[in-house]
Design a protein around this ligand. Structure first.
Ligand code: M6R
Length: 620
């Protein structure tokens, strides 16, 4: 939530900042702004609306200089106005900063600062940080600190940070120092790109691609002092230390839109490849099992596990539900899926043999991070299934599995979901083969899994049909998504996709549960999407479908190729390849993603940046 960039070096800072904000726009797009250090003061350009609006502003009113910071906002405190946009200025303009996170004790600090004469111009929590640092800076100088010394600024920032409760990623520049930027984090991600006589700052690595491949990930409670000549890193508790410089392995084609109209569509079409990446090097055909390098648990510990808790939010939570079915079926380990936002404040009994997995695309979701830390605090091995390498959750987890899906930029998660399900399938196979699963059963799963990328390739051919179906139902105001067993989580995920990007109300339900309430919603204007591939309870799902038809509800069926019976019952059918029951969500979710996409496009919605949402939710 909110994206931060910063630059100090010799380049045109504004160019890097605006370009970087475009790449971070998925994190929030309520407003954007930059501040660039100039001889006569810091030039601030900021505007409500998208980064494009800011780019126009900067083109009309250039901000020339080689030190600057920028921000793209997902509003938490204060409306989405020009004045509430970041950067924010403190004191008499001596401090200018951008912030990602939420300052929980801002009202108390604001009152204190107001009593000292500081004038607040915005409704944001961030402005208090700018005034607080300015206040401490003024204090230091009044007490004799030298304003030309970097340490004076560092001290003012450090004293201020100690007073903040909440989360922050901060990039700060100072009117009276032309070669200084201070960045700090607690709970919100920050990465520093290291160049030759220059440094780049960003909330994630995407703005750095093409500029440098050497990066330093800031940890919580770390503060970095950036000067053109060098970088100094210190931790609140342990003091100054040497930065751990890592190599970035992303390339610019990962973040190019190519010939696609939207990132979401590009990412949907990338799924054969992303699933192949999730499988690569993780299958041991001889032993009919999976291989993981980073679980950091020995076989004995793994065999002792008698319960698994999967925790996540949104789409990742839906993947967790598929994981629950898989783990219980393959490994016979009792598994629960907990919303991270609930788990962080609940106190469920977790035994010494309970293993916790946090599932997250971004690795930055505040609730998931908090739930993970809570479980770790109580001594449980907590692992992560995560996409973003170097993210906070990936770094803090006791071990884990990367998705290797590549950057997911569309706010609506698509390829991360199928990669999460793929990894959970491998995990279930792995734990299953350590317990009761037979060798032939393991081989069968592997055979089927290895075919999934090509089955998805085939499934994607339904795109034109889905487009036609979308045109037929794009005006509907309510949808039901219904499926059973492995396809129940797929139904939830299909409904979430439609809600997020087309703003149509949609409910996902287990198909048979529908008659206990939601069936009251069925009428000739409410389409039901039935996920009804061949499975053990196929006839039962057909009965549920008939119940909807009997009430004149239009039915769109997602069914297996060659299923002629369904064509007689449903109004529209989208066919997918016939795959093993436990792997069905991997293919049935594809037409659901496409359906949401085409309906949203037809309704003129901004597919990649749906209203009110942001890609990674780093606030509570
Ligand atoms: O990055 P995470 O997987 O932790 O994100 C969790 C949710 O915020 C995310 O899945 C959200 O629901 C997406 N917008 C779904 O498309």
């Amino acid at each position: 939530m909110c994206g931060i960039v910063g630059y100090i070096g010799q380049r045109d800072a504004a160019k890097f900042l605006v370009e970087g904000l475009h790449r971070l726009e998925y994190r929030g797009y309520d407003s954007a702004g930059v501040a660039v250090w100039q001889e006569d003061g810091i030039a601030v350009r900021k505007k409500a609306g998208r980064v494009d609006e800011l780019a126009k502003l900067v083109a009309n009113e250039p901000a020339d200089g080689s030190v600057g910071i920028g921000h793209t906002r997902w509003a938490t405190h204060g409306e989405t106005t020009d004045i509430n946009s970041h950067p924010h200025t403190g004191g008499n303009g001596e401090v200018v900063l951008v912030h990602n996170g939420v300052i929980e004790n801002y009202t108390a600090i604001r009152a204190q600062l107001q009593s000292l004469g500081y004038v607040f111009r915005t409704q944001t929590d961030t402005e208090i940080v700018a005034h607080l640092i300015a206040h401490h800076l003024e204090e230091q100088i009044r007490l004799g600190s030298d304003p030309s010394e970097v340490q004076t600024y560092v001290d003012a920032v450090q004293v201020s940070l100690k007073k903040l409760k909440g989360t922050y990623g901060l990039a700060i520049v100072f009117r009276d120092h032309d070669d200084l930027m201070i960045v700090a984090r607690s709970g919100s991600p920050l990465v520093i790109g290291v160049g030759e006589g220059e440094y780049f700052v960003a909330s994630d690595a995407s703005p750095l691609i093409g500029y440098t491949d050497e990066v330093v990930y800031l940890a919580d409670h770390e503060l970095a002092v950036l000067r053109k000549s060098g970088l100094e890193l210190s931790h609140r508790d342990t003091g100054i230390h040497t930065p751990d410089i890592q190599t970035l392995d992303q390339v610019s084609s990962d973040i190019d839109l190519g010939s696609f109209d939207h990132y979401m569509l590009k990412e949907i079409f990338e799924q054969p490849q992303s699933i192949e990446n999730a499988l690569r090097g993780r299958i041991n055909e001889d032993e009919a099992t999976a291989i993981f390098g980073g679980l950091n648990m020995d076989p004995q510990q793994l065999r002792r596990i008698d319960r698994i808790v999967l925790t996540a939010c949104g789409t990742s939570w839906h993947a967790g539900l598929v994981g629950e079915y898989l783990l219980e079926e393959f490994a016979r380990i009792p598994t629960e899926v907990e919303y991270a936002s609930e788990l962080r404040y609940r106190n469920p009994p977790l035994g010494t043999r309970t293993m916790v997995f946090a599932i997250t695309q971004s690795g930055e979701t505040a609730d998931t991070l908090a739930a993970m830390r809570e479980c770790q605090r109580k001594g449980h091995p907590t692992l992560a299934i995560c996409n973003v390498v170097g993210s906070t959750i990936a770094r803090e987890a006791d071990g884990g599995i990367y998705l290797h899906a590549g950057p997911e930029i569309g706010v609506a998660s698509t390829k991360a979901f199928t990669s999460q399900v793929t990894v959970l399938t491998l995990l279930s196979l792995f734990l299953g083969r350590m317990r009761h699963m037979s060798y032939p059963a393991g081989q069968r799963i592997i055979r089927q899994l290895l075919e999934i990328p090509s089955q998805i390739e085939k499934t994607l051919q339904c795109n034109d049909v889905v487009k036609e179906v979308a045109a037929k139902y794009a005006e509907a105001n309510n949808f039901l998504y219904l499926g059973r067993l492995y396809n129940f989580p797929a139904a939830l995920e299909g409904a979430l996709k439609l809600k997020e990007i087309s703003y149509i109300h949609a409910e996902g339900y287990p198909a048979a549960e529908m008659k206990h309430g939601p069936i009251a919603l069925v009428d000739e204007h409410t389409p039901s999407v039935f996920i009804v591939p061949r499975c053990g309870i196929y006839p039962k799902v057909l009965s549920n479908l008939a119940e909807v038809k009997a009430r004149r509800g239009p039915v769109i069926a997602i069914a297996c190729e060659g299923d002629e019976k369904i064509a007689e019952l449903a109004d529209d059918v989208i066919y997918v390849p016939d795959v093993e029951e436990c792997l069905q969500p991997l293919v049935t979710s594809i037409p659901l993603q496409l359906l949401a996409y085409h309906i949203a496009v037809l309704r003129g919605c901004d597919v990649d940046k749906p209203r009110n949402l942001a890609k990674s939710v780093t606030v509570e």
